[in-house]
Design a protein around this ligand. Sequence first.
Ligand code: PRP
Ligand code: MN
Ligand code: MG
Length: 181
Amino acid sequence: VEDIRADLTEVLITEEEIHAKLAELARRVEADYADTTPLLVGVLKGAVMVMADFARELRIHIDMDWMAVSSYGAGTESSGVVRILKDLDTDIAGRDVLIVEDIIDSGLTLSWLLQNLRSRGAKSVKILALLRKPESIKVDVDVAYVGFDIPPAFVVGYGLDFAERYRNLRAIGVLAPHVYE
Ligand code: PRP
Ligand code: MN
Ligand code: MG
């Protein structure tokens, strides 16, 4: 049996480190949303793992919805062209929305999404992102909750894909160049 973990040059963040960080962020979110029921909006497909684990860390009521947007094709570079593949089922007017993302790379996806959700009359829109690549940022995005700042390497796992693969890895790691070169 081929083990897909062999395609990583290194593990950047372990499963344990991810879960400890999500627990830490959950305590902050619980305190910040003590007087409201936030709507968590997961951004498909990358945020599936973060949403599943983060939501289960929370001990307050939440509502959950999903959007599918894509700014990447099969390549490794963000195109900046954001397409809505699936919209929310929820009317977010007057709601406290918390966007849940796996990673902020160029920031193009989230800056577009932030504006899009704000224009629907939400009471507040904040962002939680497990990962951020400070050296790859092209547009400044105000992120309320960040898990880890990471170097600009091509990372996969825990929802993050390369050409739709590797999302099912438990840890986050650096993809070996021979896989995509
Ligand atoms: C990835 C990632 C973020 C976005 C970040 O999604 O999950 O949503 O790119 O990139 P940016 O900050 O440069 O815009 P992708 O478009 O690959 O779709 P996916 O979540 O289905 O993998
Ligand atoms: Mn994504
Ligand atoms: Mg992707």
